[in-house]
Design a protein around this ligand. Structure first.
Ligand SMILES: Cc1ncc(COP(=O)(O)O)c(C=O)c1O
Length: 437
């Protein structure tokens, strides 16, 4: 009889999925050209390939301007500063996201205030965001998470009602569009990451896009040590650092942008097949379709684990699926206010206590949808699983069905089987060195 791989049986799959990142001869040539040019850095600013890439990327997302930077966390911090967010201002952030979204707010001198997420998209819940607004609130920071967009019509309306800036965290949605509008082009500024696991990568990197020239000029100044922007139409000055991207990164990103559409189509085709296959499996729920998405971007394919009996935890389910040869994760994110990576105190971030009787205490936050997603329900499959063909999708669905059909055995097994999958992202890297995301 078939046995679960985690209990010593034969796994559904031994073959690796598509490698990631992908590169070609064009990338090799461009990197060599940079090498031989001896023009490697980000200065003069913007340098040749960095400027070319930023312009193309912004255009592809429907924004007028782009400025490539050293990483996605920096992109968010720079965008917040360019939007005029400063010391002690509050920024509403969804609780279910990568810690860096909130750390960028702290690095800009502001205070992240967490709102819950929508149970169907795992993106910012607009009613929860409305409740989080106080007289100190200056901006909303929606995150388009995994494979869905925040409800941007409602976010834009909420921002208009309260006079708030919008910074879109688009770290997961390169090439995606909501009602025909490109990711990052709907708010005041949009920010992307090019870290290794992302849909476009240069190992590290980021970009800020905007259609507001005043913001773009400030972005350039913050990124380039406070120097005047290229156009300097608004003549504003601001203290900056060195957050420039290198020409090597820009060279890689030009190639990544060229293949973005084709790879996006491939992921979408496979995701559709996978949703069809998973929707027939008891206790498994693919995220419902989001009709507002006119162009999907799938950073992780996320589905919900909702068994009727609740005997096997999500972490154990994920560990068993991983053992079947299907890379996956449950605790990909935790609600940031509960994350071990978010140990913030007022002595390190004095804005948390500024003009308050007592400093903001993140232990007081409670976002039930985010907590359920993080600890009980969500299953994350990395995007490269969808870069292959139909047989890869069949293997994923087979793996899920196999684990579900053996859940009684799993329920009777040792609960510590979940191992790494029940550990936080703060602790895992000590034990999980080979993964690059
Ligand atoms: C949602 C989100 N925001 C921000 C970031 C920060 O990007 P980076 O790792 O490039 O600093 C990431 C990626 O790691 C992310 O997933």
């Amino acid at each position: 009889m078939e046995r679960l791989a985690i209990l010593g049986g034969e796994p559904v799959r031994r073959k690796p999925f598509s490698p990631w990142p992908l590169y070609g001869e064009g990338d090799r040539q461009r990197l060599l050209q940079v090498l031989e040019s001896r023009n490697w850095g980000g200065y003069p600013f913007p340098n040749v390939l960095a400027g070319e890439f930023a312009g193309r990327f912004a255009l592809a997302h429907g924004a007028s301007y782009g400025c490539a930077v050293s990483n996605g966390t920096v992109a968010l911090m720079v965008a917040l500063e360019a939007a005029g967010i400063g010391f002690g201002d509050e920024v509403v952030v969804p609780a279910y996201t990568w810690d860096g979204t909130a750390v960028a707010v702290l690095d800009a001198g502001a205070v992240p205030v967490f709102a819950d997420v929508n149970p169907e998209t795992y993106c910012l819940d607009v009613e929860s965001a409305r409740k989080a607004i106080t007289p100190r609130t200056k901006a909303l920071l929606p995150v388009h998470l995994a494979m869905r967009f925040a409800d941007m019509d409602a976010v834009l309306e909420l921002a208009r009602q309260h006079g708030l800036a919008i910074i879109e965290d688009c770290a997961h949605v390169h090439g995606g569009a909501y009602k025909g509008r490109g990711a990052g082009s709907m708010g005041d500024l949009g920010c992307f990451s090019f870290q290794s696991s992302k849909l476009m990568t240069a190992g590290e990197g980021g970009i800020v896009i905007t259609s507001r020239l005043d913001c773009f000029e400030l972005v350039q100044s913050v990124v380039n040590c406070g120097r005047a922007s290229v156009t300097d139409r608004f003549g504003k000055r601001i203290v900056g650092g060195n957050y420039r991207i290198t020409e090597f990164q820009a060279a890689l990103l030009l190639g990544q942008l060229e293949r973005l559409e084709e790879l996006g189509d491939r992921r979408s085709r496979n995701a559709k097949l996978l949703s069809e296959a998973l929707s027939g499996i008891e206790g498994i729920r693919p995220l419902p379709c989001q009709p507002a998405l006119t162009r999907e971007a799938i950073y992780n394919y996320v589905f919900q684990y909702r068994p009727a009996d609740g005997q096997v935890s999500r972490d154990t389910f994920v560990a068993a699926l991983d053992a079947e040869g299907i890379p996956c994760d449950g605790r990909f994110y935790e609600p940031v206010y509960r994350s071990d990576l978010f140990r913030v105190t007022a002595d390190r971030f004095p804005q948390l206590g500024w003009e308050r009787e007592s400093p903001v205490d993140y232990r007081a936050f409670s976002c039930p949808v985010a907590e359920r997603a993080a600890y009980e329900e969500s299953v994350w499959l990395p995007q490269f699983l969808l870069l292959g063909d139909k047989t890869d999708v069949e293997d994923i669905a087979h793996g899920v069905a196999k684990v579900i059909s053996h859940r009684e055995e799993l329920a009777a097994a040792d609960p510590t089987l979940a191992g790494l999958k029940s550990m936080s992202r703060a602790e895992r890297p000590r034990l999980e060195k080979e993964r690059n995301y």
